[in-house]
Design a protein around this ligand. Structure first.
Ligand code: SF4
Length: 300
């Protein structure tokens, strides 16, 4: 098995996405916000790649296997997970006094350099999440990366190691990076919306961070982004996407398939790797999102 096949198998994209004799129609592959349809076009001996609709839409395909996943209606990952909606982080209730205190904290954070920011996050106790975690998880990678991947918050493994996206979800993210010919730490930075591990619910599932926790922690991520100045941001999961885009409670599906703007930087939304581990068929949709991000990077 060659490297590409191994990557695609890990992403559960092989053999569903092997090259077909005849290409798919634009309807089958879906069309993104830039009017360009994409899908993985893979065969033995070639790299995973994102190809244009023009190359694919020459005739009607007759091999349903390769498009079955892509043609499915896209369920919303968070709905599928039963994740409670994240309240809008954008407009927290503020009282005079408290507001100016928050503003001056945000202002202070906005002026920090990288080491100062790291130190402030390390010592932060600004919200209740700090009491329940072992350590803060700042982020990992190249601080001058073109690519920034942002998740929700640390889990048990991340809390233990002090690094985002380790464990099984981290392995899958590494494979997603590999499919884009990227590598953790090389032109890639990985961070979370909140830097401390949210508590685990009675069901054993980790709860998403609350809106006030996101609001309190978000200035750190905003400062990271200002300092890194990535060319493309990939938001992993609904919590990261809605917090960064300040959309309030909307479905992840409604945010996929187009580029958004985060402070002048294009942002693409896709599924969280932890969700993809539970719903492997969605990996094909995640690949479409990564293709959009790759195309966006090329356009930058
Ligand atoms: S989650 Fe963020 S704001 Fe809350 S204590 Fe941790 S670092 Fe501070």
């Amino acid at each position: 098995m060659d490297r590409n096949e191994a990557v695609l198998r890990e992403l559960n994209l092989y053999p569903q996405w092997v090259r077909r004799e005849q290409p798919a129609t634009a309807d089958e592959v879906g069309v993104d916000g830039r009017g360009t349809a994409r899908r993985a076009d893979v065969d033995a001996g070639t790299e995973a790649s994102c190809v244009s609709a023009e190359n694919m839409a020459a005739s009607v395909a007759d091999t349903p296997q390769s498009v079955a996943v892509i043609a499915q209606p896209v369920p919303d990952a968070d709905e599928a997970l039963g994740t409670p909606p994240v309240e809008a982080a954008a407009e927290p209730m503020r009282v005079a006094g408290v507001e100016s205190e928050e503003q001056s904290r945000e202002q202070r954070i906005a002026e920090l350099d990288w080491p100062e920011l790291k130190a402030m996050v390390r010592d932060c106790t600004a919200c209740r999440l700090r009491a329940g975690c072992r350590q803060t998880v700042f982020g990992v990678g190249d601080p001058q990366a073109d690519w920034l991947f942002v998740g929700e918050g640390p889990g048990a493994d991340e809390d233990e190691r002090g690094e985002p996206f380790v464990g099984e979800a981290g392995k899958l993210l590494d494979n997603m990076l590999l499919a884009l010919r990227l590598k953790r730490g090389k032109n890639v930075y990985i961070a979370n919306v909140v830097k401390c591990r949210p508590p685990v619910e009675a069901s054993g599932k980790q709860s998403p961070p609350k809106s006030d926790e996101i609001t309190t922690c978000l200035p750190y991520l905003q400062r990271q982004i200002r300092l890194i100045q990535p060319k493309v941001i990939v938001a992993l999961g609904k919590t990261a996407a809605t917090a960064m885009l300040r959309t309030g409670d909307v479905t992840l599906g409604s945010l996929r398939g187009r580029t958004h703007d985060f402070d002048g930087i294009p942002l693409v939304v896709t599924y969280h790797p932890a969700y993809l581990l539970r719903s492997p068929l969605e990996k094909a949709h995640a690949w479409q999102d990564l293709c959009l991000a790759q195309q966006t990077m090329r356009d930058e």
